[in-house]
Design a protein. Structure first.
Length: 695
């Protein structure tokens, strides 16, 4: 059996090497191996120093995610690190790759740290609803300024080796490529100079005044609204400052256990695993994606420019097609501005920016410029006739095997595929605005889309740094179909008596970045209006249809783009428009509705019940393969709070019977909108949850 940790002793230096691919995670086997090897090294009288290092591409990238949810087994990581720190000879951690979470906590338990140039260091536990639970909150503020430690721990943001050296987290940066050799050389120097053991736990904590701690709490209350883990991190770091090490460590463990038992931790772990599971599709097993190096984009508006920028930043060559030279020039200016923004944020070097514009990006007005494109994304106006013209021209000029993708938000991808002579090569690639920023990409699979085209969509998403979700074909696919329903529920709350602004405030308190009406103003009220007008002939007469949004559009009030929608927009400021209340009141009066008090909780219950109910239909129809696909969609494309895990996980947390009870209650007011999904009723009858369907 291959041992995950190996001990070698050479002329007084013991090397403890972790060899547990792919990322040397701190599994039970690794912890046991570390404990055994360090104990054997300590027992050898010839050993003058110990080096701990890792094989492969990284030192230790954190905990073993395969053990998440299992009962912990000894040796526990905090105890192991304490044992290593208590070693009577110097212990050197030789670091490379990504030193994250428990890996950094392990490194801080060593007496000295040497790292290869470019190594990353971080404590990202807060992103999983936790805090570092093996001494990280106690040792980090003893090695670096406590204010910086506080920032690293509460945000999970990593730093690189140069900054780590400046701060004092590590002792030396080696410009070579062999961390093991660098660690041994450093250890030999320590022995030669008779350097003593240096326990991090015995170091004083750098002081932080109470104002800094208070300011951090206030900042987190806004930036991490509703989350408990960041505030617990502050408590733990304050313990490091105020308490002796042993007491601070005990407090850290208590805080860690509280978070471990919390709904938020369960939600964020669910989100973590769901995003890793969402791309594992039976239909793609053994399927090789097509090669994509040259991408065409048709349409240079906000969406098309964002798609082009995203592809350029991922190293692809892009040609963008516009209808005339003036609009093509404007599109090039937009893309150049987006790339300049990436330079300003440090995401792109100036030299690379210049090369992209000079060599890898072109704008044209003739579709023949796409004759060699491997994949073309259409991003034109949401009109079947406009898209018919685009796809007819693409079908004529694109090479055999080129993928023709539509960025449509709502239209039938089967109809679009039928516009071509190659329906197997057609797929929906639904980007979200701004496309160079938003993480979600819905890969919409038409009836004849071939598996290798689907696989290419997922491969492209990975290259662009996005999360891909497979969707079947229906009105709005997964995300926008749900949006239509929960927006109707929000409208229902307004007709019942809530103001649009009260709905927005309630949903922000729930955890959304913005409420539905503020989002409409941001996106443009005319977008939803166009869809509603397109679907009006199919509207069921039994539907209670709120008209107040349409009335705003009829007045030319499209949101931020016109300075007025639900809100008044003056520069960067947005304030509720009092005239909206009058328009809503008129809508109520026309329907004979007497307004009543609607609580924040009722607003949330309506919103979530509508979302979950429609999501159950989406899963039952196979539009989304699993509930987790819905969760990943809402988390990455619609601002759903990550610490609630997604709507399906949220429903499991509050109880499916509670969701059904809400639906039945709201049905007394509107029995057309509020019809329970068969899947929801069936799961309750069987005593099952949405999570049971994820496997």
């Amino acid at each position: 059996m291959i041992q995950p940790v190996i001990l070698q002793i050479d002329t007084g230096i013991a090397v403890v090497e972790i060899d547990y691919p792919p990322v040397n995670a701190l599994s039970h086997a690794v912890r046991t191996g570390l404990q055994d090897c360090v104990a054997r090294a300590r027992a050898d009288d010839t050993v003058r120093a110990i080096v701990i290092c890792g094989t492969g591409r990284t030192f230790v990238a954190g905990a073993d995610i395969r053990e998440f949810g299992q009962t912990p087994r000894e040796p526990f990581l905090p105890d192991l690190i304490n044992q290593i720190e208590a070693t009577p000879v110097p212990v050197v951690a030789a670091l490379h790759g990504t030193v994250l979470g428990g890996g950094l906590e392990l490194a801080m338990g060593a007496h000295y740290r040497v790292a290869l140039d470019g190594t990353a260091f971080g404590l990202p536990e807060v992103k999983l609803g936790l805090l570092p639970g093996a001494g990280g909150t106690q040792r980090l503020p003893r090695l670096i300024p406590a204010a910086k430690a506080l920032a690293m721990i509460t945000t999970g943001t990593p730093i690189k080796s140069a900054e780590a050296l400046t701060l004092g987290l590590i002792d030396h940066v080696d410009t070579g490529t062999d961390a093991r050799a660098a660690g041994i050389a450093f250890a030999r120097d320590l022995v030669a100079q008779a350097k003593p053991v240096r326990m991090t736990s015995a170091m004083p904590c750098t002081p932080v005044d109470s104002d800094t701690l208070d300011a951090t709490r206030v900042k987190l209350a806004k930036s991490a609204r509703g989350q408990i883990a960041p505030q617990s991190c502050v408590d733990a770091v304050q313990g490091a400052i105020d308490l002796p090490f042993a007491e601070g460590l005990a407090q850290e463990r208590a805080l860690f256990r509280d978070l471990l038992d919390s709904d938020q931790r369960a939600a964020m772990i669910h989100a973590f695993f769901a995003e890793r599971q969402v791309g594992k599709l039976p239909e793609l097993t053994g399927v090789t994606p097509r090669d994509v190096a040259f991408v065409g984009v048709v349409g240079g508006g906000t969406m098309g420019a964002g798609i082009a920028t995203s592809c350029l930043l991922a190293g692809l060559n892009v040609t963008l097609i516009e209808r005339d030279q003036d609009t093509a020039n404007r599109a090039r200016t937009t893309v150049a501005a987006l790339l300049a923004g990436a330079v300003k944020r440090g995401k792109l070097a100036q030299e690379a920016h210049d090369t992209i514009l000079a060599e890898r990006f072109a704008t044209q007005t003739d579709y023949s410029a796409l004759s060699r494109a491997d994949l073309v994304v259409e991003a034109v106006f949401e009109s079947a006739e406009v898209k018919r013209d685009v796809f007819t021209q693409l079908d004529a000029v694109c090479k055999p095997g080129a993928i023709l993708a539509s960025n449509t938000s709502y239209l039938d991808v089967n109809d679009i595929a039928a516009m071509t002579t190659r329906p197997g090569d057609v797929v929906g690639l639904h980007f979200f605005s701004p496309a160079h920023v938003m993480k979600l990409l819905e890969v919409v699979v038409a009836d004849e889309t071939t598996p290798d085209v689907i696989a290419t969509g997922f491969a492209l998403a990975k290259r662009l740094g996005k999360v891909a979700v497979r969707s079947g074909v229906c009105e709005g696919f997964i995300g926008n179909r749900l949006l239509t329903q929960y927006r109707k529920a929000a409208d229902g709350a307004v007709l019942a008596g809530a103001s649009p602004f009260a709905v927005d405030r309630a949903m922000v308190r729930f955890g959304l970045a913005m409420g539905p009406y503020a989002v409409s103003d941001l996106a443009g009220l005319d977008i939803g209006w166009a869809t509603r007008k397109r679907l009006a002939p199919m509207r069921d007469p039994r539907e209670v249809y709120a008209t107040f949004s349409d009335q705003l559009c009829e007045l030319g009030r499209f949101g931020r783009k016109t300075g007025r929608g639900f809100y008044l927009h003056d520069g960067g400021e947005s304030t509720p428009d009092p005239e909206v209340e009058d328009i809503v009141a008129a809508d109520r009066a026309a329907k004979g509705i007497t307004p009543r008090e609607v609580s924040d909780q009722e607003i949330v219950d309506r919103y979530m019940a509508a979302m979950v109910n429609e999501a159950a239909r989406v899963v039952e129809e196979g539009i989304a393969l699993r509930p987790l696909d819905v969760d990943v969609t809402l988390l990455n494309g619609y601002g759903f709070p990550r610490w609630r895990g997604g709507p399906m996980h949220y429903a499991d947390t509050v109880g499916l019977d509670k969701v059904l009870s809400d639906i039945e209650k709201f049905a007394l007011e509107d029995d057309f909108l509020w019809q329970p999904a068969p899947l929801l009723k069936r799961l309750i009858a069987e005593g099952r949850t949405f999570a049971d369907l994820n496997s």
